[in-house]
Design a protein around this ligand. Structure first.
Ligand code: AMP
Ligand code: MG
Length: 531
């Protein structure tokens, strides 16, 4: 008996199995690597690990699932969320998807190290798929081991919860479990692998369906199966769109375009760079999904990407809008056989740009505290600020947050010293003069005749300009401590990030510019793809 069932606190969980009951399964149930045709998923067991241990636990996510906020029997939970015991009624499975990676069709990818335990129906009737990431090989593991290291699992756990607290749609994370096993990784792909502690993150989302789930079916000419999956997606996750039909398929695609536009606008707002926006890493629910070599802007630089594998900067900060649109084109191509008419799909793709522009403009307006009636002069004002950012090293997060403190009538020298915290080096005279000029124009605009009081504008700005973001060097400090057995650094960071828009004096050491040591340190500025 390799997989005993966990009872006690898990007996009350309600599992829904409509995905596996409705959609066709791969007839084989072994983890041997293979091409899985005419099926959407493969039943597959997690591989038990040596010494499961809960390293971090999110009481918030536990509450969504109806689990104890502080497990009374942590070992039982560790056994479940490291894959050594099953939830009652669980039939774990890995799903089949394909994807375009760095612009090229990559064929079948699939859940190579993710295993779905099942869908939990929460107390409020919401559906939550519960997935282990790093639970061992599946038919989709190709040449890899199906495992994950502590470093990358901790990053996913930390960032998915932080992105949620920042008000951005995302998959969530219930816990981080240590496996007590070592995993070999060549962190920089330079021929120097080392053994690292293994870990598993339990991810939770209404659905982990990606663009690639639909692309693979069309690529294989499995159009009836595509229809089945799209119908399932709409009836389960988009019931408001009505009964599946070609019109509903178009409406669904349009919704995906809108949600993706909103998602990317949010990412830009907080300075987030996903790092690997392949079509297998884009959610049809518009969630941030698959936290890998992600990063955050420190000094504002549109070309920034933390992903060392992305030499051309395809997934850089400033390219995310365009590449999301490119990915939506791939999804449109995948859905075309169900619709048979390109025009409505093209209309939704065009509307993506409009949704993005409207969302981004609205967010930028609030970031800058501008009045509602923005016009052409405001667009110039916005563009000129980005010019200033290009000429001096200015921290994106700190600049916007500090701008909220500048009042409309503040003398310019005082305004500049409010912003000084955001400068990586004192700006040279010319950029400084340019910034001073920009500030005067901004003050004139926000202090105009119909102006909102300073205090009111500040609170509007503070609601969209985070005080704290989980910068890579902060994550790296939590990783270094965790690798030495100390989880307190992560705990503290998680606690601070629960309210990222609130200035918390006790956490002031976290809300600072990237320190010099982190500028080119591994894990802080440079990350590679899958680990
Ligand atoms: P990612 O770059 O994490 O989005 O992964 C791309 C593909 O590689 C997905 O199909 C993953 O499941 C697979 N993959 C990544 N890392 C591993 C691993 N350690 N073992 C098995 N499959 C993996
Ligand atoms: Mg992925």
């Amino acid at each position: 008996m390799r997989h005993p069932v966990a009872h006690g606190p898990f007996d009350g969980l309600r599992l829904d199995s409509s995905f596996v009951d409705t959609l066709p399964a791969d007839p084989l149930e072994t983890p041997e690597p293979r091409s899985v045709a005419r099926a959407v998923y493969s039943l597959c067991m997690p591989k038990a690990v040596a010494a499961p241990e809960i390293l971090a636990w999110s009481a918030d996510v536990a509450a969504l699932l109806g689990l104890e906020s502080h497990p009374e029997d942590p070992q039982l939970y560790a056994d479940v969320f490291a894959g050594n015991r099953l939830l009652p009624g669980s039939k774990p499975y890995a799903t089949c998807y394909g994807g375009h990676q760095f612009g090229q069709w990559a064929g079948q990818l699939g859940d190579g190290r993710a295993l779905m335990l099942g869908t939990v129906i929460g107390a409020d009737e919401r559906r939550w798929e519960v997935q282990l990431k790093g639970a061992g090989r599946t038919p989709y593991s190709r040449f890899a081991d199906g495992r994950a290291v502590l470093r990358s699992s901790l990053r996913e756990y930390l960032c998915s919860e932080a992105i949620h607290s920042l008000g951005i749609p995302t998959t969530r994370a219930l816990c981080l479990a240590g496996t007590g096993e070592l995993v070999e990784r060549d962190m920089f792909y330079d021929g120097h692998p080392r053994a690292e502690p293994g870990a598993i993150v339990t991810r939770v989302a209404p659905s982990f369906l990606r663009f690639g789930h639909y692309e693979i079916l069309t690529a294989r000419g499995e159009i009836e199966l595509l229809r089945q999956l799209v119908d399932y997606t709409i009836t389960t996750h988009f019931p408001e769109l009505g009964a599946p039909s070609p019109e509903t398929y178009v409406a669904w695609f349009d919704t995906v375009c809108r949600r993706t536009a909103l998602l990317v606008a949010h990412w830009l707002r907080v300075g987030f760079v996903h790092g690997v926006m392949n079509t297998d890493n884009l959610s049809v629910l518009g969630l941030t999904i698959d936290y890998g070599p992600y990063g955050w802007l420190d000094n504002f630089d549109v070309t920034f990407t933390p992903n060392t594998t992305d030499r051309g900067g395809r997934y850089s900060y400033g390219n995310q809008t365009r590449v999301a649109s490119w990915n939506l084109h791939c999804l449109a191509n995948a859905l075309f056989p169900l619709i048979g008419d390109a025009k409505p799909l093209e209309a939704s793709l065009a509307a993506y740009g409009e949704h993005f522009d409207a969302a981004y403009l609205g967010m930028l307006r609030d970031k800058l505290g501008l009045p509602a009636d923005i016009g052409a002069a405001d667009s110039t004002l916005m563009a000129d600020l980005f010019d200033c950012f290009g000429e001096a090293e200015i921290d994106h997060t700190i600049f916007f947050r500090r701008l909220g403190r500048v009042t409309a009538a503040m003398p310019i020298e005082e305004a500049l010293s409010e912003l000084a915290e955001s400068f990586y080096a004192a700006p040279a005279p010319l950029p400084r003069a340019k910034l001073a000029d920009w500030l005067l124009r901004w003050q004139a605009r926000v202090g105009g005749p119909e102006a909102e009081p300073d205090v009111q504008r500040k609170s509007r700005m503070d609601a969209v300009n985070p005080w704290l973001i989980p910068r890579n060097w902060l994550a790296q400090q939590a990783i270094t401590a965790a690798e030495a057995g100390d989880m307190a650094v992560l705990e503290r960071l998680m606690q601070a990030l629960r309210e990222p828009y609130v200035e918390q004096a006790g956490f002031a050491d976290l809300a600072v510019r990237r320190p010099d040591w982190a500028r080119s340190s591994p894990g802080c500025s440079a990350l590679s793809c899958s680990s």
